[in-house]
Ligand binder design. Structure first.
Ligand SMILES: Cc1cc2nc3c(=O)[nH]c(=O)nc-3n(C[C@H](O)[C@H](O)[C@H](O)COP(=O)(O)OP(=O)(O)OC[C@H]3O[C@@H](n4cnc5c(N)ncnc54)[C@H](O)[C@@H]3O)c2cc1C
Length: 404
C-alpha cells in the first residue's frame, strides 16, 4: 500500500473511480503484458499474435481511447487536466512504453480537431489506427528541438525530409529517424518537412497530417533499444510521395516554428505526467521490498539509512508530481499554450527524478535489483530512456532558456 496521497484540491469521486479502473488495468493487464514484451524482439512485439494487440483491445474496453477528450464535455479545464494526470500516472505505473503506445491509438482525429480541421477530423475518425509524430531525422535530432535557436534559421541548415510544391499538391522526399514512436505501425502521422529551396534553413518548413498509406511511403525495421522496449519505433521513408493539399497544415515560417514549439510543449507536459507513474512504480517496489527483505536480523526498512533513502525518494516523487500536475493544469487552462520553458522544466525535472528514484530503488534491491526476474532493472531502463525521449534533457534546458 503506497503512503502517497493526492495533494491536489478538487479531486472528485468520479476521478477516484476512474483511477481505480485504470489502476486495475495497469496491474492486471499492462504489467504482465509488458514483462513479456520487454523480453521479445522488436519484430515479435508488433507481430500479429503479440500480446500488444490483446492489451489494446482491453484498453479500448475501459474507455480511455482519445483521453483526455473522452472524459466528457462538462469538465472544467482544471478538472480535465487533473483527471488526465491521475489516469496517465496509473497507466505509466503499469508500463510507460505501453501507455504511450495505447495513447497514440486513434489520435489523428483529435489532433485534426485541435488544429481546427473538422474536415480532417472526419477523415481520420473513419480509420482505426495508430498516430505518430515524426519530427526527428537521422542527422537532425536536437536540431529539430531547437526551434527558437538562431541555428534553426541558418540558411546552410539542411534537412533529411524535404518537400516541394507541385500545383495543388506537395511532394515529399527523404526520411524520418528510427526514433518515431509507433513509426512502423502507425496509419497516420504529423510530419514536419523542410522546403527543398528553403532560404531560412530548417525554419522554412511545412507540417502535414497524413495517412501513411500514400504511394511511396515505406517503413524501416522496428528499433531495438535499451528501455521502453514495449514501444515500437522505426523509420519512415518518403520517395516522391504526392500529398494532396488537404493534408497540409501550415507553412508560414512563424507558424511553422510556433506549431513545432506548441507540439513539443504538449509532448513535454505529457512526459512530465507520464514519468510520475514510472517514479511511483519504482518507489512502491522499493518500499515493499524494504519491508520484506531481512538483513541484520530485521526488515531493512528498520535500518535508519534505508528509512532516510526512502524518505528522499518520497520527497522527489511528491515534488515531481506536484509540479507536473500544476504545469498540466496551466496547459489546459491556457488552451494548450503553456510557455515552452514550463513544459520543458516539467519533463526534465520529472524524468530526472524518475531516473534517480529508479536507480535508488534498484540499489535497495541489492543484487536482486540487477536480475531480470525482479522488476527494477526494467523500470531503470525505461526511466533512462526518458532522459532522451521527446528532446534530450540538456537540449530542452537550452531551448527553454532561449525564452528568458
Ligand atoms: C523513447 C524515445 C521516444 C521518442 N519518440 C519520438 C517521436 O515520437 N517522434 C520523434 O520525432 N522523435 C522521437 N524521439 C527522438 C528524440 O526526440 C531524440 O532522440 C532527441 O531529440 C535527441 O536527438 P538525437 O537522438 O538525434 O541526439 P543528438 O541531437 O544527436 O544529441 C546528441 C548529444 O549532443 C548534445 N547536443 C546536440 N545539440 C546540441 C547543442 N546545440 N548544444 C549542446 N548540446 C547539444 C545533446 O544534448 C546530446 O547529448 C524519441 C526518443 C526516444 C529515446
Amino acid at each position: 500500500m503506497s503512503p502517497t496521497i493526492d495533494l491536489d484540491v478538487g479531486i472528485s469521486e468520479e476521478m477516484l473511480a476512474l483511477r481505480d479502473t485504470t489502476h486495475r488495468f495497469a496491474l492486471e493487464v499492462m504489467r504482465p503484458i509488458a514483462a513479456q514484451l520487454d523480453r521479445m524482439t522488436p519484430e515479435a512485439v508488433i507481430a500479429e499474435d503479440s500480446p500488444l494487440w490483446q492489451g489494446l483491445e482491453k484498453f479500448k474496453a475501459i474507455g480511455l481511447v482519445g483521453a483526455p477528450d473522452c472524459y466528457g464535455p462538462d469538465l472544467t479545464p482544471e478538472a480535465r487536466a487533473l483527471m488526465h494526470a491521475m489516469v496517465i500516472e496509473e497507466l505509466c505505473w503499469g508500463d510507460v512504453g505501453l501507455s504511450i503506445t495505447y495513447s497514440l491509438w486513434n489520435l489523428g482525429a483529435s489532433v485534426a480537431r485541435q488544429m481546427g480541421r473538422e474536415d480532417l477530423a472526419e477523415f481520420f475518425a473513419q480509420r482505426d489506427e495508430f498516430f505518430c509524430l515524426a519530427l526527428t531525422e537521422p542527422n537532425h535530432g536536437s536540431d529539430m528541438v531547437a526551434f527558437n535557436d538562431a541555428s534553426f534559421r541558418d540558411p546552410a541548415g539542411r534537412a533529411d525530409l524535404r518537400c516541394r510544391r507541385d500545383g495543388e499538391d506537395y511532394i515529399l522526399n527523404g526520411q524520418k529517424a528510427a526514433w518515431v514512436s509507433c513509426g512502423t505501425i502507425a496509419g497516420c502521422g504529423m510530419i514536419f518537412a523542410t522546403y527543398e529551396d528553403s532560404k531560412i534553413g530548417r525554419a522554412g518548413g511545412a507540417v502535414f497530417l497524413l495517412p501513411l498509406d500514400l504511394p511511396g511511403i515505406t517503413r524501416g525495421k522496428p528499433l531495438d533499444k535499451l528501455g521502453q522496449r514495449t514501444l515500437n519505433q522505426g523509420e519512415i521513408f518518403f520517395d516522391e510521395v504526392r500529398v494532396p493539399a488537404r493534408f497540409f497544415l501550415a507553412d508560414d515560417p512563424d507558424m511553422y516554428a510556433m506549431m513545432l514549439g506548441g507540439f513539443l510543449a504538449h509532448a513535454n507536459t505529457a512526459m512530465g505526467l507520464q514519468f510520475v507513474g514510472v517514479a511511483r512504480a519504482a518507489f512502491d517496489h522499493a518500499l515493499a521490498y524494504a519491508k520484506e527483505r531481512v538483513q541484520g536480523g530485521k526488515p531493512i526498512i528498520e535500518h535508519q539509512s534505508v528509512k532516510a533513502r526512502l524518505f528522499n525518494m518520497f520527497m522527489k516523487l511528491e515534488s515531481a508530481r506536484s509540479f507536473a500536475r500544476q504545469v498540466a493544469i496551466q496547459h489546459y487552462q491556457r488552451m494548450g499554450m503553456i510557455p515552452f520553458h514550463y513544459a520543458a522544466a516539467s519533463k526534465v525535472l520529472v524524468t530526472q527524478s524518475a531516473f534517480e528514484i529508479a536507480s535508488e530503488a534498484l540499489q535497495m534491491f541489492g543484487g536482486n535489483g540487477l536480475c531480470r526476474e525482479y522488476p527494477l532493472e526494467k523500470i531503470f531502463r525505461d526511466a533512462r530512456a526518458g532522459l532522451i525521449e521527446d528532446g534530450e534533457n540538456h537540449m530542452l534546458g537550452l531551448t527553454a532558456a532561449n525564452n528568458f
